[in-house]
Design a protein around this ligand. Sequence first.
Ligand code: F6P
Length: 207
Amino acid sequence: PRSIYLSRHGESQFNVSGKIGGDSLLSPRGMKYAQALPALIKDNIGDAPLTVWTSTLRRTVQTASKLNYPKLTWKSLDELDAGVCDGMTYEASINQFTPYQAYPDDFANRDDDKFNYRYRGGESYRDVVLRLEPVIMELERQENIVIIGHQAIIRCLRVHSASDSRYAYFHQLPQGDLPYLKIPLHTVIKLTPKAYGCDEERYALPI
Ligand code: F6P
């Protein structure tokens, strides 16, 4: 059976400083994850053919850099666009506003309905689910794929549903829960499609 491997990029410099979005490079820990990934994949898949998909952002390209397989870069796999909040932190600090401080009324809406909340000048989870449609279509036609993505992207990929039951390997779950799924760093989620649904295994690297 074919397998789909999903992973977030390794820890980025923005992850370390708690900043939203951006296009930062990996932290030293993130680089260790990039170095450890090839052995994990190879142990799992052996010599079977494999293609690696990344977003256009540097942290995913860098995470995939040690994986010696054909690669494809998708703009549609870029992280949810936080618009005017890009580069802000959720933690309050002396020299920077949090989204809650900068846009209090607006941002309260995110807590009410995170799936539909659209950042000013940016995207909602609903927008991301829609823009992932072509990625899902292509995924259906492929064999073994590794996707190095982002937190919001993997949340959406795991639950993407289409009218066609062939897509059922992505978990069904209420939309409202989707933006809260736990997708830890430095963990590979392996999906193996079955006739109905799919098996899921997780490999967490102690990095
Ligand atoms: O924390 C990393 C990150 O990928 C941010 O870049 C992004 O805005 C965020 O996660 C998405 O998570 P949430 O929608 O829960 O804020």
